[in-house]
Design a protein around this ligand. Structure first.
Ligand code: C5P
Length: 218
């Protein structure tokens, strides 16, 4: 069980979280949900009351709070200044604001540094996000880019959140547009990433494919 870093990127609803957690558990690795880190910082910013368009103030809040995130693939906890925020960061308020906060260069700089530190300390980790293979861990042992049709992504997300499919589809499209067009570290497919379309694939099949790829690469 030596060093092994797997980078999993892709748009919302592509199956990243489920696949990444299952893969980590099956290879005895830790798991890092970088989206949860951006969500937790967004929760702190909303709580602080600063204007989201005041990027300097948003960055200041991001730098001052104490964000902690666990890395166990089954059940990890996220806290801000000791307060558990796992449920709140999945709410509509945070989901509506996170892409704007994640587009601020100083916020990304801070979180990318934290992510690299955690990866270096753990050594064996599945890391999921939007810029992992391209920016956070360009030397990852395996880079995966998960995609799925817009309809499949909206259907999965609305099932998870027990939400309306049309509203979910609109929200996913809005976030994907913001995440793909921001100036700093946009959602990007690393040139050496393995692209997997999960529209017609079950989770077990995707996880099995990734395990095979890891075995092939020794
Ligand atoms: O993956 P999840 O949907 O929880 O991510 C929430 C948001 O966090 C994304 O829409 C994106 O704006 C931001 N994010 C990011 N870079 C990452 C992970 C997430 O910008 N590596």
């Amino acid at each position: 069980t030596g060093r092994c870093v797997v980078a999993v990127d892709g748009p919302s609803g592509s199956g990243k979280s489920t696949v990444s957690r299952r893969l980590a558990a099956s290879i005895g690795a830790r798991y890092l949900d970088t989206g949860a880190m951006y969500r937790a910082i967004t929760w702190a910013v909303l709580r602080s009351g600063v204007d989201l368009t005041d990027t300097a103030s948003v960055a200041k809040v991001a730098g001052e709070v104490n964000l902690r995130i666990g890395t166990h693939p089954q059940g990890y906890a996220v806290t801000i200044d000791g307060v558990g925020v796992d449920a709140d960061i999945r709410g509509a308020e945070v989901t509506g604001a996170v892409s704007a906060v994640a587009a601020i260069p100083a916020v990304r700089e801070l979180l990318v540094a934290r992510q690299r530190e955690m990866i270096a300390n753990v050594g064996r980790m599945v890391v999921e996000g939007r810029d992992i293979g391209s920016v956070v861990a360009p030397d990852a042992d395996l880079k995966v880019f998960l995609t799925a049709s817009e309809a499949a992504r909206a259907a999965r997300r609305s099932a998870e959140d027990a939400a309306d499919v049309a509203a979910t589809a609109a929200d996913l499209a809005r976030r994907d547009r913001l995440d793909s067009t921001r100036k700093v570290n946009p959602l990007a497919q690393a040139p050496d990433a393995v692209v997997l379309d999960t529209t017609e694939l079950g989770i077990d099949e995707v996880v099995a494919r990734l395990r095979d790829l890891l075995t092939e690469r020794g």
